[in-house]
Ligand binder design. Structure first.
Ligand code: CA
Length: 231
């Protein structure tokens, strides 16, 4: 099975060029021409690597990278940043945000290809440090597929609801206060309130149906996911 590369780039010429080079090496190439589309593709197909341009219409590349790294469903995907800016600041910001490499335009496609292959070799040889499935008391999450099931029923969750459930299940049996949930799900620079968490918990419970009691309210603190079916 070919490995998938997601190219998030608005310049058609570059997309064509990259598609050509990657396909020659038997990669499956998926493309997105703006940041939002790129993010949803990344969540939907969970590619093996993302080539991300910084200057994109709408949501810029650094924001896209930030969102990718914050979302447990996409945080493990290696990102190579591609940009016309040779600005050192952007390079540093990109790498601080967890990008794996950085290439300045105009670039040699062969060099990009070599770097992509090097990253894939590295990530393939890393021990599986992140289990991609989590479950507790009959509720199961498959992070790679972005699928959640309660019993055997597939749940229709938004990205935030999925992240919230993932945070609860990863820490099941333990109480998470609302601030912690805000940090884990929305990121620590998000200006949300306790109410943001409560509203999402309410929606999540509704979607969990018979399993809604698995999420317990811990008075004056926050929420806890049951770690046993009988408790
Ligand atoms: Ca661009």
């Amino acid at each position: 099975m070919g490995r998938k590369i997601l190219v998030i780039e608005d310049e058609a010429d570059i997309v064509t060029l990259l598609r050509h080079y990657f396909q020659q090496e038997h990669f499956d190439v998926v493309t997105a021409s703006n940041g939002l589309d790129g993010l949803s593709q990344a969540r939907g197909i969970h590619p093996d690597l993302i080539v991300l341009d910084l200057m994109l219409p709408g949501l810029d590349g650094l924001s896209v990278n930030r969102s990718l790294k914050k979302d447990p469903a996409t945080s493990d995907i290696p990102v190579v940043i591609l940009t016309a800016k040779s600005d050192e600041t952007d390079r540093i910001i990109g790498l601080e945000l967890g990008a794996d490499d950085y290439i300045v335009k105009p670039f040699n496609p062969k060099e990009l290809l070599a770097r992509v292959k090097a990253i894939l070799r590295r990530t393939e040889h890393e021990p599986a440090s992140r289990p991609e499935r989590f479950s507790s008391a009959g509720v199961e999450l498959d992070v790679a597929r972005h699928e959640a099931r309660a019993g055997n029923l597939l749940l229709d969750l938004t990205a935030k609801e999925f992240s919230l459930l993932l945070a609860l299940i990863k820490h099941s049996g333990r109480v998470l206060d609302r601030q912690m949930l805000l940090d884990l799900v929305w990121g620590d620079d998000y200006e949300g309130t306790d109410r943001t968490v409560d509203v999402h918990i309410r929606r999540l419970r509704k979607k969990l149906g018979h399993f809604q009691d698995r999420i317990q309210t811990v008075k004056q603190i926050g929420y806890k996911f049951m770690d046993r079916e009988d408790s």
